[in-house]
Design a protein around this ligand. Structure first.
Ligand SMILES: *[C@@H]1O[C@H](CO)[C@@H](O)[C@H](O)[C@H]1NC(C)=O
Ligand SMILES: *[C@@H]1O[C@H](CO)[C@@H](O)[C@H](O)[C@H]1NC(C)=O
Ligand SMILES: *[C@@H]1O[C@H](CO)[C@@H](O)[C@H](O)[C@H]1NC(C)=O
Length: 284
């Protein structure tokens, strides 16, 4: 009797208190640990890395979190610079979906002049949907680990760096990938055939590199979704018939001296089309 009355009182007084106690920090603990590991492994690489990661300190802004160390913060913009967090389930472009699961979904280190090879430690962020390392001095080969590490990746931006070599053809095909941007680097070798195995790509930018050879046959598989294509300023050759059935809004192909033959309507009527510096319109 007394026990059950006691329990009732306890549940009336204590339970609401438990519910009212704010939840823990918005960032999932294993994501905090991953971010701290990334920071420790890279912060002393150079002055540019130091600057880029300078805001990665704890405690974080008390107005924007409810705990000492909360990289993600209350909303998706992140207490720590260059990261954004959203729920594990939404699309990367979404802002509020009403609750936050506290996973890092975007890394956006743009124009921070990061030097050296891209950091392998980004691998620890397994919920990434967007990885933007553009506008740096990053060098070395294409980071082959990226497609393996981020199973949900939708956007990859490595543009405006100093990356070299081929885009390997044995990287894991990313069915989830929608945007592939590597323009303004020193990539060489064949136009990456692997992109043909990524049917959800809608934007591909390869401009200002040293890609050579013809547009691969495998690219026919992208015809359903590819909407924006920039292959200008490379050494690409042959005709563009592989692209004949694409629905391109934007197509930039100029400054590829070896391009030749009939120009498919899909290219000719796309915005951005300019045949200068090519042999397009002339027999191959
Ligand atoms: C980075 O360098 C500073 C100064 O030398 C040192 O105090 C700090 O412990 C280093 N940080 C890491 C994570 O190695
Ligand atoms: C293109 O699609 C066809 C049919 O779906 C498939 O058999 C082929 O393997 C695909 N090619 C590439 C490069 O993924
Ligand atoms: C385009 O080039 C390929 C060889 O790369 C050739 O098989 C095809 O017939 C050419 N298409 C046109 C329309 O000339």
């Amino acid at each position: 009797m007394y026990t059950s009355l006691f329990m009732t009182i306890i549940s009336i007084i204590v339970l609401p208190c438990i519910i009212l106690i704010p939840s823990n920090a918005y960032t999932v603990p294993e994501e905090v640990r991953a971010l701290e590991f990334i920071k420790d492994a890279n912060i002393n690489r150079s002055i540019n890395w130091q600057r880029a990661l300078a805001s990665w300190t704890c405690p974080t802004d008390a107005d924007d979190s409810d705990e000492g160390c909360d990289p993600c913060s209350r909303d998706w913009s992140g207490n720590w610079e260059h990261i954004q967090c959203r729920g594990a389930g939404g699309r990367y472009g979404e802002g509020s979906i009403g609750h936050y699961d506290g996973y890092v979904t975007t890394v956006h280190v743009t124009d921070a002049h990061l030097d050296g090879p891209p950091a392998k430690e980004w691998c620890l962020l397994t919920h990434l949907r967007e990885l933007d390392l553009d506008g740096g001095n990053q060098n070395g080969p294409f980071p082959e680990w990226i497609p393996k590490c981020h199973p949900q990746l939708q956007e990859l931006d490595l543009s405006f760096n100093r990356l070299t070599g081929r885009i390997p053809n044995n990287i894991r095909k990313k069915e989830t990938l929608q945007e592939f941007k590597v323009e303004h680097n020193y990539f060489s070798g064949p136009v990456p055939a692997i992109l043909g195995g990524m049917p959800n790509l809608w934007r591909v930018r390869l401009a200002y590199n040293h890609f050579e050879g013809t547009i691969p046959e495998s690219w026919r598989n992208m015809s359903g979704n590819l909407n924006q294509l920039d292959i200008s300023h490379n050494h690409i050759s042959g005709n563009l018939s592989v692209l004949a059935f694409f629905k391109l809004m934007y197509a930039s192909v100029h400054s590829n001296a070896g391009l030749c033959g009939m120009v498919p309507e899909s290219i000719r009527y796309a915005s951005g089309y300019n045949p200068s510096g090519t042999g397009l319109g002339h027999p191959c």
